[in-house]
Design a protein around this ligand. Sequence first.
Ligand code: SAH
Length: 263
Amino acid sequence: MPPQIMGYELIERDKVSVTERQEKIRIVLVNTTHPGNIGGAARAMKNMGLVELYLVEPREYPAPRAIWRAAGARDVLENAKIVQSVDEAIADCSLVIGTSARERRIPWPLINPRQCGERIWAEADGHKVALLFGREDRGLTNEELHKCHYHVHIPSNPEYSSLNLATAVQVLSYEIRMASLADADGNLPSLQEWDQPPVTAGDLEFFHEHLAKTMEDLNFYDPENPKQLLTRMRRLFNRTRMDQMEVSILRGLLSSVQRIIKK
Ligand code: SAH
């Protein structure tokens, strides 16, 4: 049996079908400027068997240039969902991975494209996953990157590290494809069996709001002088990959603390 990786799997039940898994993998393009890149990304996805495209406030869309570049992947474009925020795009996902063309200030769990493909394919055996791509000129904001469990960097030439957006989608979709083929051959590490479903990004966001409010009520956290406290809390809880039960216990605890403060 292949080794297991940390997470949630249901080894006892049948794995979900390849098509169902592909539908659970969401490519999210954030504030894309050039519609040609949206079309190029759709084509890259379909070539590698992916179908779920989310566009967070694209600058210019719909656009004929997107359709030309998509070529035979027009259906992926036509089914793309346009949303107003990254939070909306990832709310129902339990694993969120952000792409980055360069080093960021606070270190975050970093994986390579191969590990990224394997984790995404393993997680999609039951749960939704989002892979975030940033703006052509400045990538993802720190706030967006801090919503992610992992960051993935394509190990490009350090002197010229930034790939074209659609090309980056191509490379990472290819790795997801390779992971799916390895899985079909029985060579992909599977997720560990777990008794509770993983928390979704949406519920995790409510938890962080609750935590920040409680720390503020306790005068432990000063919104005027935030330093890195909330970022560090996000990094901590993203590393632990909490399940839904664990999050409800913690939220119950925070509510009890708040009741005592208010007395
Ligand atoms: N100047 C921007 C680069 C943005 S490139 C910056 O400094 O961040 C546009 C997007 O393509 C990035 O947000 C990322 O989603 C993807 N991308 C480009 N090069 C990449 C790389 N080497 N590794 C991972 N993603 C990359």
